[in-house]
Design a protein around this ligand. Structure first.
Ligand code: PGA
Length: 251
């Protein structure tokens, strides 16, 4: 059985002081909850240290939203895996569609970052997903397959330490959620591609999150699908009550 994983992608929201307050509110909802779901929050870089402190003694994990593949060097504005680890970070979102479209991140870059994250002991959450135009042109399977093959190339059995997030771009921040059936279809395809890359045993153990307008009122039905192992939550992760309700929907 795969342990479900629900992660909050805060994007460029919450100052350090606001992050501290949101974590306190999330802990008030979730501390002591008897639920096997793995919970992660991913604040902006500058809030990570404060967040690590605020999460002490809780079972909620800390994640970052991106990182650079290199260990150090002349990469103005960037942050390395080792810097994240020293700050208390355990997870890192890689290849989010906003990184891919707004910051030109390619599959090759996501692959390099994934290798660096794994080498540093971080759990990468690797995002894939098609645009509306690609879905309407019946290209979803091709696009997702090629993103997976490019982003996960050469990982072999280390793939079992990765989390995949299927985030249809047309569902992100739009209020338009994929139906459980639409999402399950792509999740099953993702698992078949993972099996091709690393064998059935590894593929069966990899958690595949759904992301894109996941909310308290659609989370349970989505996470009840056989290949949906949690969620990557944007907007609904910015409020403690909705984030906690989504976690509870996966319990
Ligand atoms: P959303 O964002 O939940 O606001 O749609 C999800 C994401 O981009 O990870």
């Amino acid at each position: 059985m795969r342990t479900k994983i629900v992660a909050g992608n805060w994007k460029m929201n919450k100052t350090p002081a606001e992050a501290k307050a949101l974590i306190a509110a999330i802990r008030a909802e979730l501390d002591g909850l008897d639920c096997p779901v793995e919970v992660v929050v991913c604040p902006p870089f500058v809030a990570l240290a404060v967040a690590a402190e605020a999460l002490k003694g809780s079972r909620i994990g800390l994640g970052a939203q991106t990182m650079h593949a290199a260990a150090s060097g002349a990469f103005t504005g960037e942050v390395s895996a080792a810097m994240l680890v020293e700050t208390g970070v355990k997870y890192v979102i890689l290849g989010h569609s906003e990184r891919r479209t707004l910051f030109g991140e390619t599959d090759a870059a996501v692959n390099a970052k994934t290798q660096a994250a794994l080498a540093a002991g971080l759990t990468p959450i690797i995002c894939v997903g098609e645009t509306l135009q690609e879905r309407e042109a019946n290209r979803t399977a091709d696009v997702v397959t090629s993103q997976l093959k490019g982003s996960l190339a050469g990982l072999g059995a280390a793939l079992e330490r990765c989390v995949i997030a299927y985030e249809p771009v047309w569902a992100i921040g739009t209020g338009r959620t994929a139906t459980p059936g639409q999402a399950q279809e792509v999740h099953a395809l993702i698992r078949r591609v993972l099996a091709e890359l690393a064998g059935g045993k590894v593929a069966n153990g990899v958690r595949i999150q759904y992301g894109g307008s996941m909310k308290p009122d659609n989370a349970a039905e989505l996470m009840a699908q056989p290949d949906i192992d949690g969620g990557l939550i944007g907007g609904a992760a910015l409020k403690a009550d909705s984030f906690a309700a989504i976690v509870k929907a996966g319990c």
